[in-house]
Structure formats: structure tokens, C-alpha cells
Design a protein around this ligand. Sequence first.
Ligand code: PHE
Ligand code: CO
Length: 296
Amino acid sequence: MDPPRRVEHQWTDKGYVPVYTTAVVEQPWADYTSVEHQTWATLFERQMALLPGRACEEFFAGLQRLGIDGRGIPKFADLNPVLQAATGWTLIAVEGLLPELAFFEHLANRRFPVTWWIRKPEQIDYISEPDLFHDLFGHVPLLSLPVFADYMQAYGEGGLKAARYGSEPLTELTRLYWYTVEFGLIDTPQGLRIYGSGIVSSKGESLYSLESAAPNRIGFDVKRVMRTRYRIDSYQKTYFVVDSFEQLFRATVDPDFGPIYYELKGARAWPAGEVLDGDRVLQRGSGEGWPTDGDV
Ligand code: PHE
Ligand code: CO
């Protein structure tokens, strides 16, 4: 079999970005090289040395339940029966970041797209787009947790709905994904813990998000988050902290966003690093090392 190929970078109205086909492919597991398995192993071991006491318990429970370990790149076909039994989710292999609507459609149907290729050794510390390590190690463990699995499906349905409301609602909903699924922190009796996939899959941000004095850490509030711009090329200036996954679920899944989209129409979005009156501030960031522009 020819290995599936990613589509090349293309010039679009958002700049020079990678563009991928929406096709669901077969994970070319037999074609991974020993270097690629080693990249997985290196990243896995490095994060596992760092994450105990930093990532939430549910993350480790998910890894263990699914049998994800450092021996090499997992086979999606081995994980799927376990994931299906746990929460009814299925992993599908894709070429990379999908167009929004295709992504929402998968989530709404409890399918999680995982990029099949892994970064090159020289990209171990930083890669600007999601690869297999981010998608699998970062996202899949919590998909085995029922409340989080339900949140993800509801988010997919919410995305399809937001698209019918227009581009501003879509932007607002994307911010919610960013500040929860990708970069969320959770308060536990043992202290703050990471649950966001963009953090757990990054050595630097696993330390920075919890231990640096630079970023703000602010209690989660759904409308606040929907108005907050974010960073795609640096650590976050602000992390939002939920008290529990149940709180996250109730605050996002329960309300009908229709009236909220209407209320927020034309509202100014907050810069990523701004602290507002009414914020529940756990840490006011020093702002040290922050880039001065580039919030998305
Ligand atoms: N409740 C939201 C709506 O009515 C959908 C949603 C679910 C949004 C989960 C985010 C997360 O549109
Ligand atoms: Co991600």
C-alpha cells in the first residue's frame, strides 16, 4: 500500500497554511520506521517523567485503560475496541487538521480524527501543527472518560449549530475549544492540574502553564472565554481553570448558545493577556516574556 500523503501547503486567505484532504485513511502502521517509533517513545517517556503531579488523574486513568505506553506508536485498531467499550468513541486516521465542518461532523458522531504521521526528530520540541503524538497522547486518554466524551460530542453538535449562526459564533466556539480541550487546567483537592491536550503533549508548556509566574490563571466562565483571543505560536498568556469536568459540562453543554451568540454580536474580544473586572483571578500573570502582538 502507498502510504497516505498529506496535501502540500497552499496559499489561502489565512496565509500559507497546510491543507489536507478530508479523507479518512487507513493508519499505515506497518510502514512506520524505527525512527518514528523511537520519536513516539522519546516523547512518551519525556512527558511521563513530567506529568505525574501535574496532569489530572483522569488523564493517567485513560492512558492506562487504553494501554497507551512508550513501546511504540499505538495501533488505532488496538485502541478502538477499548475506547468503544468505554465511551462509544472511535479513532479515525486522517492526514492532518481538518476543515471545521468536517471536524465537527466527526465529533458529533463520536469519531475522533487522529493525524496518522508523527513529527520528525528535529521537531521533537516544537511543531506548529498537530501530529500523531499530540492527537493521540494529548486527546485520546480523556475520550475514555464519560463526562469528557459527552462534552466532546456536544461540542461537535454545537459547532454544526454555530456554523448556521455565522462566522462570529464559530470564532467564539473555537475559543472555547482552545481554552478547554487544548489548554484547560482543572482545580483539584491536590492542586491545579493539566487536562488540555496542547499542554500535556508539550514539555515546555506542561511546566509553564502550572509553574510560571508569567501567565494569568483565571476561573472558567463560558462567556468570558468566548470573548478571549488566544495564541497559536507561543505559550498562552491566560489559562482558564475549571473546578470539575461536571462544571465544564454544565456551563457549556446545558445552555442554549443561540441567545449568547446574539448577545455577543459585535462585542469586542479581549486580548489574550487582559485581566478583567469580575474575573476570578487565581494568579495575575507578571506578563514576563509575552509577545506584544499576535493574538488570534
Ligand atoms: N450548548 C451549546 C449550544 O447550544 C453547544 C456546546 C456544547 C458548546 C459543548 C460547547 C461545548 O450551542
Ligand atoms: Co489538539
